[in-house]
Design a protein around this ligand. Structure first.
Ligand code: FMN
Length: 168
């Protein structure tokens, strides 16, 4: 899904992340808390998500907006433990979104982390974990011929949701 974030000055940034879970509490993804997105989420904990399914119907888009918060350490630990060892090593070795002078520097860091945890389980780095987006607005966009698309919105209103339509 596309994840759009903004900093305190309103500068916007968007990137793809993997949706790792969705339930009544919201949409979850995992990342480096010290990355660019992590800094933006700390400064401005509101996001937009966007999904695009080109092959469904005449295309479907789902847009989500809401507040974001970190998931519990226990939840991040559980997901981190399920990842491939190489990904666990990478999470320690990567200073995500910081300038990297050359590829060798990163490969050296990977080798150092491999050595550090040789023969042992790799614990979750404190700077790595999940976020949950609690939606307060969701829009389903269904493509139709001649651009006569359908747009259905759900807006959270206290404890319930109100449904509406938009012109395409
Ligand atoms: C298909 C795809 C899936 C990705 N999934 C994730 C993810 O789940 N978490 C993550 O941190 N980055 C993921 N990335 C990398 C991000 O797009 C991005 O490059 C990285 O998180 C750094 O973003 P930032 O500098 O805005 O923090 C993914 C990229 C692609 C293309």
């Amino acid at each position: 899904m596309t994840l759009a974030t903004a900093d305190a000055d309103g500068r916007v940034s968007a990137r793809i992340v993997l949706l790792k879970g969705v339930d009544a509490d919201g949409f979850r993804f995992f990342t480096n808390y010290e990355s660019l997105k992590g800094a933006q989420l700390a400064a401005h904990p509101q996001v937009a998500l966007c999904f695009h399914w080109k092959l469904l119907r005449e295309q479907i888009q789902v847009r989500v907006e809401g507040a974001v918060s970190q998931v519990s350490a226990a939840e991040s630990d559980a997901y981190f433990a399920s990842r491939a060892r190489g990904s666990q090593i990478g999470a320690w070795a990567s200073l995500q979104s910081q300038a990297l002078p050359d590829r060798d520097t990163f490969e050296r860091r990977v080798a150092e982390v491999e050595k550090r945890f040789e023969g042992a389980a790799v614990p979750r780095p404190p700077h790595w974990g999940g976020y949950r987006v609690k939606p307060d607005r969701i829009e389903f966009w269904y493509g139709a011929r001649y651009r006569l698309h359908e747009r259905v919105t759900y807006v959270r209103d206290g404890g319930s949701w109100s449904k509406g339509l938009l012109y395409p």
